[in-house]
Design a binder for this molecule. Structure first.
Ligand code: NDP
Ligand code: CA
Length: 318
């Protein structure tokens, strides 16, 4: 039953600060809700034993502890109160959780409650300033998708950072809804950084760096992706830096086989403020061979989505 873990390496970027001790490590990961994995997802090539919570919880924690991110953004969390919050609190993480208002997990027999987004941060590295849970709207109508936005202050540098985690509407046919939800999130972020810029004397809006992690359920050609890339907030997608030309997203962040066929696509992103943050390093993706013929999840890896991990540092002020 125990398969080897993926061996992934960090690619150090040439413009990195060269001072990894100052880096902020960020992890984005859709961990696969336990109720959805066992109940609704139909991962036909994954042995049912690989989907048991008793196995998956150790693989999930092992993945997190392998990289020890300072900021951890998770989607599809349906074991927050009984597992992730208490275990990670014991390791020095504080957190905020926002359940989906009508989580599909609740339709599964024996579910452990609604799934939602969770944002964890290393308390020794960051001071808590503020956090809001958002229900994303589309044309002013509240939807079933949420976000957690947390304002933090780096204890060593004194710099603020605004971190958001979200999980947009899944499936094809809903591109317009993802676009509206993304725009709503961008609007909220603009308002929040403006408010905090006013609170901290003299700071400009664009001085508060943003980190937006999410399962956008959108490939890079979708409208919501283009809206983020073109936003006046000055955002860029960190994983593009892994490519040869520095401007191409990875080939996949999720790879699974359902009865309807194989799905290998890029849906997950770490957006960052390009004027105030620098990407120092990016964790590479496992190869097709490492992932294996039955794809994900598997005995080696507990989710159908891969974790994204990047090291950032604050750019010096001009
Ligand atoms: P989404 O469509 O956003 O998807 C919910 C989950 O299903 C995601 O975690 C997604 O994973 C996963 N998923 C995506 N594609 C598939 C697939 N082909 N097969 C199985 N799972 C898949 O859900 P919503 O939040 O919009 O909620 C939809 C469900 O919630 C409804 O089916 C209903 O059960 C319930 N609901 C009920 C309401 C009511 O009034 N009764 C109102 C709203 C919701 P990933 O993101 O990784 O792709
Ligand atoms: Ca899912």
């Amino acid at each position: 039953g125990r398969a080897p873990r993926f061996h992934r390496k960090f690619t150090q970027l040439p413009d990195g600060s060269g001072a990894p001790s100052n880096s902020i490590r960020v992890m984005q990961w859709n961990i696969l809700a336990q109720a959805l994995g066992e109940g609704l997802d139909s991962f036909v090539q994954c042995p049912p034993e690989a989907l048991s919570w008793s196995r998956r919880k150790y693989l999930i924690l092992e993945e997190i502890l392998t990289y020890r991110p300072h900021i951890l953004c998770l989607q599809e969390v349906d074991h927050y109160y009984d597992t992730l919050q208490p275990v990670l609190a014991g390791l020095g993480y504080s957190s905020n959780f926002c359940p989906k208002p009508w989580s599909p997990c609740l339709d599964v027999d024996g579910n452990n409650g609604p799934d939602g987004c969770a944002l964890f941060y290393d308390e020794s590295r960051f001071e808590f300033l503020d956090s809001v849970n958002l229900q994303l709207s589309a044309m002013r109508i509240p939807t079933n998708q949420v976000a957690v936005v947390t304002m933090l202050r780096c204890r060593s540098s004194g710099r603020c950072v605004c971190v958001a985690v979200t999980h947009l509407k899944a499936r094809s046919g809903w591109e317009w809804l993802r676009s509206a939800q993304g725009s709503d999130l961008l609007r909220h972020l603009q308002t929040l950084v403006q408010k905090h810029a006013h609170d901290s004397a003299g700071a400009q809006t664009l001085d508060i760096p943003l980190l937006i992690c999410g399962d956008f359920n959108a490939i890079p050609t979708e409208e919501v992706y283009r809206r983020f890339a073109a936003s006046p907030l000055g955002l860029d997608s960190a994983y593009k830096r892994l490519s040869e030309d520095g401007s191409t997203e990875p080939e996949y962040t999720t790879w699974k086989i359902r009865p309807t066929g194989e799905c290998c696509s890029t849906l997950d992103y770490i957006w960052y403020s390009r004027d105030t943050l620098r990407v120092d390093a990016v964790l590479d993706m496992p190869t097709e061979e490492q992932i294996g013929p039955n794809r994900l999840p598997s005995f080696s890896y507990p989710s159908d989505h891969l974790s994204l991990v990047c090291d950032f540092s604050f750019k010096e002020k001009e």
